[in-house]
Design a protein. Sequence first.
Length: 410
Amino acid sequence: METERFAVRWRNRALYFLLFAALAGTILRYHQLRPFTLINYKYLLHAHSHVAMLGWLFLAYAVVIVRRFFSEHIRVYNRLLGWVLVAVVGMAVSFPWQGYGAVSITFSTLFLLVSYRFAWQVYRHLRRNNDNSLSAGWLRWALAMLVLSSAGPWALGPIIALGGSHGVAYNLAIFFYLHFLYNGFFVPATFALVQRQVEKVGEDYDQYKARLFYRLTVWAIVPAYALSTLWAQPPWWVYVLAGLAALAQAAGLYYGRQLLRLYAQSSTSRLIMLMTGLVWLAYLLKVVLQIPAAWPAVADFVYQTRVFTAIGYIHLVMLGVLTLFALVALAEESRLQPDGFFKTGFGLFLTGFVVTELLFFVQGMLAGLYNWFMPAYRLWVLGGSWAMFLGLSLIAIAFFKKRKISVSEI
């Protein structure tokens, strides 16, 4: 029963961070429509992004990783996640107040140190269990990329000290962190959980293709960082490297389609199966969009319209792939049968997500090609943000109602 209490406790805490991030995002959209002096837009934006990734997504993924890989070591991870909680709450309070300042940087640094300990603990338990499964391979790669991503934040101090707080090096460090965090850690962690579940269920699948999926995806992660540097107009070979990495990940997805289908079919309800299918659709769009983005003319266009297209791409990954998968995985771990709250909430979230994504990309095309802006663009984006916040609130209520998992459900 200890593992069930662990899952419910940390699941709920992760959901609180999700609601914080969603509400902060909605306030930011309202601020763009009608600015008010109660908040500093940039400071709240920092809080929104840090809590979304390091509070909601990291905790949600950690809960499911521990449940599916290390349920016998709950106490160790309970203490580690306690320190994650301290760090994220500190960031949630300090970033809206001071932006990047002494307090917020202290809590951000604490998170980095705890993430090292988490990665080392997971690696030790995989080695102790002599786990050489493909799912463990995905997870080991995710851990390595989690540690590597921290080189970005560590580099910011020297860059700022040298007077480069607004230069190319500063932005490259930021994009380094983001790329290796969500493409390097969260994406492989997603497929580690997928592979683990398929292995657990015992479904027959083509292991050769599953390994090709793994190799093509993870080997492309490091060179795929080139995709995040094209705005700086690098040498021609960087564009070639970016294109090859994008093609490799697309080929990997082609070989992994059977595995992803088996995972969706193992879902506990039709709605969860539909949500899983939408995750794979969003990931397909992510992979497909990377291919033309490696072309110089397209890369320049994306940079010129980054306020729309880049934000749309980031939300596609963070919301359409990672957040939706985290909700699916938590629902599976909670043995949650979607009720009226969950179904209505998902409908609102999906509507808001689709509307805002269409607005981001369509407005980006209109601005870049015709220098024309939709008159009610910000109002519609605000409406989509409210729909997502309300939808996620209803989904959270459905989870909160599921306070425990009975022994018979395990």
